[in-house]
Design a protein. Structure first.
Length: 202
């Protein structure tokens, strides 16, 4: 009888442990998946981003190298991952062609920042702001230092997702930032779910 009880206790403890492990994995995954743009999620490694770009035959380039935008994926990028700080490519956003920068943490090579260079037509900017308002709630306006002539439209979604439309002089860009990625320890073992290729979403 005592043996039967001990077995039941052991089985129950095992089930509880598995449930707690699942919750921990789920929460850690949520932590690194704070935003997504065009199928690229924050927290993905440079290698995972390149794998996704390769699957979609997306013409990504090493952002540090000047040159003509690629029409197809360049497999040589897989050999240069230690040197790549950010990637750049072109896509369509709300019917307009835009350039996109994907920036990675220097040590862990995880995606934490996306910058989209925008068309500056007032109607386009108003339409984009409206789409973001519907998805994330009403925006706020903020201003930088006077001499920078910079202002921004902000959506502080949560502690892991910051979204801005930044105006610097006459240039505009849409920025997604995941501050939590910058705070992660270098040796953190993160569970990351690879995204699939999707049309750009804002």
């Amino acid at each position: 009888m005592q043996i039967f009880k001990n077995r039941n206790t052991w089985a129950f403890n095992k089930i509880v442990f598995c449930l707690l492990l699942f919750v921990a994995i789920f929460l850690s995954t949520e932590k690194v998946m704070a935003f997504e743009f065009d199928g690229f999620q924050s927290g993905l490694t440079l290698k995972q981003v390149l794998d996704l770009a390769h699957q979609r035959d997306l013409g990504v380039n090493d952002g540090q190298k000047a040159g003509i935008p690629s029409a197809h994926f360049n497999e040589k990028l897989f050999k240069e991952t230690s040197k790549i700080i950010f990637l750049t490519y072109h896509t369509d956003l709300l019917g307009e062609r835009v350039s996109v920068d994907l920036q990675f943490t220097p040590q862990t090579k995880r995606l934490f920042f996306v910058k989209i260079n925008l068309k500056t037509a007032p109607k386009y900017l108003a339409g984009l702001t409206s789409v973001l308002d519907k998805k994330y709630g009403a925006h706020k306006k903020s201003f930088g230092l006077l001499f920078t002539m910079q202002k921004s439209t902000d959506w502080n979604v949560d502690e892991r997702t910051e979204i801005k439309i930044v105006k610097n002089m006459t240039l505009y860009n849409l920025q997604y930032t995941d501050p939590s990625i910058l705070k992660l320890p270098l040796q953190t073992n993160l569970w990351v779910i690879s995204g699939t290729g999707k049309l750009p979403s804002v």
